[in-house]
Design a protein around this ligand. Structure first.
Ligand SMILES: [Ca+2]
Ligand SMILES: [Ca+2]
Ligand SMILES: [Ca+2]
Length: 195
């Protein structure tokens, strides 16, 4: 009696109501294991297994002409298989935009931060990188920390002079990294990248 129950299960998953592409093969394997360990007439169940796998290989759940095993959105009709970010998940069912590529690496400083540490005030200088989405063309930026140095017990109002003294060796005259960092705008109208 057991063999018929197992083989019935193999045949059952071949119906159009069978589950997703991922579970189609899983179900075939599960039932083959049942054949190996539970069936008396294993050849009969193994034949069903072959039929099951063949069905999985040729099934096209969403009817877009691409079989489930090759379809990058097997439950969504998308015959063009477009995948703008190249992550293997088609645009039609991809909720995550992974197509962000660096479009500009900033050499110019655009921001600084100061923080009190146990040994004094720490200054951090940043530059900006721009990223562009291969999917939407949208642009965003990220701040990239470039230099960190400690200003001892300078007060916050003296950070700028401390920066100039540390980077350029003097507090008089211009000092591009510090000038850029203090007065540069990192966002330039772009949003900060969410990734
Ligand atoms: Ca399909
Ligand atoms: Ca599809
Ligand atoms: Ca994708």
């Amino acid at each position: 009696m057991r063999i018929y129950l197992v083989c019935f299960t193999v045949l059952a998953i071949m119906s159009p109501l069978a589950a997703t592409a991922g579970t189609c093969y899983d179900q075939c394997n599960i039932n083959l294991q049942n054949c190996e360990y539970g069936c008396v007439k294993c050849d009969r169940c193994e034949s069903g297994y072959d039929t099951c796998i063949n069905y999985c290989n040729t099934r096209d759940s969403d009817g877009d002409g691409v079989v489930d095993s090759s379809d990058n959105c097997y439950q969504t009709y998308n015959p063009n298989q477009a995948d703008c970010d190249g992550d293997g998940i088609g645009d039609a069912c991809d909720s995550q935009d992974n197509g962000w590529n660096v479009s500009q690496v900033g050499a110019r400083y655009c921001a600084y931060e100061s923080a009190l540490k146990w040994n004094g005030r720490e200054i951090r200088l940043y530059t900006r990188n721009l990223y562009q989405s291969a999917c939407t063309g949208a642009v965003c930026y990220k701040r990239i920390q470039q230099k960190t140095f400690n200003c001892g017990w300078y007060s916050e109002s003296e950070d700028y002079d401390c920066c100039k003294l540390t980077i350029c060796g003097t507090t008089s005259g211009p000092c591009s990294p510090c000038d850029d960092a203090w007065y540069g705008n990192c966002s330039m109208g772009y949003p900060y990248c969410s990734f």
